[in-house]
Ligand binder design. Structure first.
Ligand SMILES: NC(=O)c1ccc[n+]([C@@H]2O[C@H](COP(=O)([O-])OP(=O)(O)OC[C@H]3O[C@@H](n4cnc5c(N)ncnc54)[C@H](OP(=O)(O)O)[C@@H]3O)[C@@H](O)[C@H]2O)c1
Length: 420
């Protein structure tokens, strides 16, 4: 990678925050300066120097990690940052507050970009405002390269590629099951979540984005047959288990539908996807599904009411900058199962996939997903018809990221299931 005309291959922007620090640690522990020209960026020079010193202390190979200072509200500093690197890998959030000037700077400087956003209102804004400019500038802006939405989006791409190779036709439906896991949450993530609810209170466009299952599709393509998120407990015959709504479905399902639309509907215009939480069978499974549904409903209601949301932010949520420790991030886990159903010429088929890792999904595993996404972009190790646009993991990077994640310990498989 080194030897390009830009000084850095990747700048981790937001390296003093919880997620940014984990990404920086991952990249300096996994790679050497011979593999990768890396810098860490943010707004506070002293804290950045302390992060850089800590990184060099952790890894013998890195005698020095350069720092880049700027501010998310200072476009000139963002242009300087973007002009000096091949890829900006940003964890500066909430993205609704801080993300737009950086996207603009990257497009202006022709610098590829990846982030961790789950703020679909902001993704919609960047699509509407910047997609055409990013296409013209041949700049890949790849949103949602963490736990939202890499496993769901790339898992679906993998299942569909397998179905087409095996059965000559894609799955008509893909159901994504959160089978289990453990992990923490940071103040930055909860602040981003709160930002979305705040915007939804007053902004009709945000309300439409949350209501319409196709709201992240390109303009003119924002309708279809898929009714969107599962909202109630359901006994799922395909999985053989009770299921509850997933808190990430609103993001992940829309990202998958955008991938399908951008790629030119390789999975058909009638394609449906749903993400749910698996809770087990029998009365216990039903009770857990009911409890999760009720808990999620209560949380969403509380977040929708301004004074309750402010109270949660003030007295309950951790502050931005607080989050899981390194030990916690390395010790969590997650397992996602994907089942796809389709109709081949000789009858129905089912394809069965898994996407899992032995690390906290939002932090330890996310650091690897985002770090490897940035490297795929920097190395041009992508399998996509697009060299620019506001893109998803599947449409902006594609299956090479699956290979990279397998090579760093993720279990990502796909097989035929018994035909039913
Ligand atoms: N999709 C996923 O799976 C996933 C997982 C984890 C996180 N996330 C998302 O990632 C984002 C970051 O989360 P986090 O927990 O790491 O948050 P955090 O700890 O609060 O970190 C935010 C970072 O942004 C920096 N920042 C804030 N204002 C800035 C400004 N004006 N200019 C430059 N930098 C600025 C902070 O710098 P200071 O240190 O100087 O304050 C810090 O480095 C959130 O939006 C969260 O939702 C997503």
């Amino acid at each position: 990678m080194s030897g390009s005309e830009r000084e850095y291959d990747v700048v981790v922007w937001g390296a003093t925050g919880v997620a940014g620090r984990f990404v920086s640690e991952y990249l300096t522990e996994q790679y050497t300066p011979e593999d990768l020209s890396l810098a860490v960026g943010g707004r506070d020079p002293e804290r950045l120097e302390s992060v850089a010193t800590d990184l060099t202390r952790r890894s013998d190979a890195w005698g020095d990690v350069p720092v880049v200072v700027g501010d998310a509200t200072d476009p000139e500093s963002l242009r300087a940052l973007a002009g000096n690197t091949r890829v900006v890998c940003t964890t500066v959030g909430p993205y609704t507050s801080y993300g737009t000037p950086l996207v603009e700077a990257c497009i202006e400087m022709g610098t590829d970009y990846c982030d961790l956003t789950g703020e679909i209102n902001w993704v919609r804004e960047t699509i509407d405002r910047f997609h055409d400019a990013a296409v013209d500038a041949e700049t890949r802006i790849v949103h949602s390269c963490g736990f939202d939405s890499v496993p769901a989006d790339l898992g679906t791409l993998l299942l569909q590629s397998y179905a087409v190779a095996q059965f000559d036709t894609p799955c008509e439906t893909v159901r994504i099951y959160l089978e289990g896991g453990s992990g923490g949450v940071s103040g930055g993530t909860l602040a981003s979540f709160a930002e979305l609810f705040e915007a939804a209170e007053t902004d009709p466009l945000v309300q439409e984005t949350l209501r319409n299952p196709y709201s992240l599709a390109p303009p003119g393509e924002r309708s279809g047959v898929d009714p969107g998120e599962q909202r109630l407990p359901r006994n799922d015959s395909l999985r053989g288990s009770w299921t509850a709504p997933s808190p990430m479905a609103a993001v992940n399902e829309r990202v998958i539908r955008r991938s399908n639309a951008l790629l030119g509907y390789p999975w058909g215009r009638e394609f449906r996807c749903t993400e749910v939480v698996t809770t087990g069978d029998g009365p216990t499974g039903a009770a857990i599904a009911g409890a999760i549904t009720g808990g999620l409903g209560l949380f969403n209601t509380a977040m929708s009411v301004g004074p309750l949301r402010s109270g949660l932010r003030r007295y309950v949520f951790p502050e931005p900058g607080e989050g899981p420790t390194r030990e916690e991030a390395e010790n969590g886990s997650f397992k996602i199962r994907l089942l796809g159903r389709g109709m081949a010429t000789d009858g129905p088929f089912t394809v069965d996939g898994e996407f899992s890792a032995d690390r906290d999904p939002g932090y330890g595993a996310t650091a690897r997903m985002l770090g490897e996404a940035a490297l795929c972009l920097a190395n041009d190790d992508v399998e996509t018809p697009f060299d620019g646009g506001i893109l998803t993991p599947a449409s902006g990077i594609g299956l090479p990221l699956v290979e990279k994640l397998r090579s760093v310990g993720f279990t990502i498989t796909v097989n035929d299931a018994e035909a039913t």
